[in-house]
Ligand binder design. Structure first.
Ligand code: GDP
Length: 301
């Protein structure tokens, strides 16, 4: 029973008769960009990205580049896309030259890790690849069962151990099994209880280190899964995780549940990490390889 969510562009249009309307008429004055700033902050772009966007829009307006609604929309779309393409932004996964590609998946409980791993397994299975999923979240018995279900559903191999087993040992075994069975991709789940807990961070470091010891160059990707509905907390979470392990890419989930897609731009900018996938639902095919142009277009439609 959710109220229809207003898109970013709809919100802008709602105030276009007032201050943003001034921008449309090319007359940027003191305060006339404040509405835009508020809307972007409200859409979870975060302070740095919002200020950068507002500054550029203001500049364009002053130079007379924004005289119509369409030009405003187009400028915003281009600017959002440019932000997403800035810096480290290649959405392609790094695959192993030889042997299985190892993908380590981290994130707090509830962010959508298990679901993402299921979707990713389905994605590779559709390409005819042999996939093995390793359940190194040995803290929650429920998590192991959920992951097993996804593995069965997608036709992926599954390696797990009893709850309470050393997660690094499970990760090691998963890669062992992946190598022996000729898997193309090994996806390793990790625990995600309280991200502030030092124990968890140490555990993750150990998993990462042991994977590297078992296979040179692995993990080829360390993907951090972030809940797209938690706003700027996602930026905080990402910073904390990035202090523990070298993250190579971001996954932002639940974007079907929010019209505040700005968080995707905010986390990319704050961490200088590429967004590699976005989650847009709970089903196996609700995973999208991230496309900055399509995302920017959707945000500004
Ligand atoms: P984990 O604890 O990080 O492993 O999280 P789960 O994968 O169990 O996901 C937590 C909840 O979020 C579940 O109810 C999922 O169905 C839901 N979920 C995960 N990804 C998405 C998504 O992209 N969209 C929506 N709407 N729900 C999602």
């Amino acid at each position: 029973g959710d109220a229809p969510k207003k898109s970013l562009w709809q919100r802008i249009k709602d105030v276009a008769t007032t201050d943003v309307g001034v921008i449309l008429r090319g007359g940027v004055k003191d305060g006339s960009l404040e509405d835009l700033e508020e809307i972007l902050l409200g859409a979870d772009f975060g302070v740095p990205t919002t200020l950068a966007l507002v500054d550029k829009i203001g500049g364009y307006a002053q130079k007379g580049f924004i005289r119509t609604e369409a030009e405003f929309q187009d400028a915003l779309r281009r600017l959002v896309e440019a932000e997403l393409r800035e810096g480290n932004s290649d959405p392609a996964l790094r695959m192993a030259a030889q042997g299985p590609t190892v993908i380590l998946v981290i994130g707090v409980n509830g962010a959508g890790k298990t679901t993402f791993i299921g979707k990713l397994a389905a994605h590779f299975r559709k390409q005819g690849k042999r996939v093995l999923v390793g359940a190194a979240d040995t803290f929650r018995a429920g998590a192991i069962d959920q992951l097993r279900l996804w593995a069965e559903r997608t036709g992926a191999d599954f390696v797990a151990s009893k709850p309470g087993t050393d997660p690094a040992a499970v990760a090691f075994d998963a890669i062992d099994a992946g190598v022996t069975r000729g898997a193309d991709v090994v996806i390793v789940d990790t625990a995600g209880r309280l991200h502030t807990s030092g124990g968890l961070m140490d555990e993750m470091k150990k998993v990462h280190r042991v994977i590297g010891k078992r296979m040179e160059g692995a993990p080829h990707e360390t993907l951090l899964v972030l809940d797209g509905t938690i706003g700027q907390n996602a930026v905080q979470q990402a910073k904390q995780f990035s202090e523990a392990v070298p993250i190579t890419g971001l996954v932002v989930t639940k974007l079907d549940s929010t019209a505040k897609g700005g968080v995707v731009v905010a986390v990319h900018e704050a961490l200088d990490l590429p967004v590699k996938f976005i989650g847009v639902g709970e089903a196996a095919d609700d995973l999208e390889a991230f496309d900055p142009a399509a995302f920017a277009r959707e945000l500004t439609e």
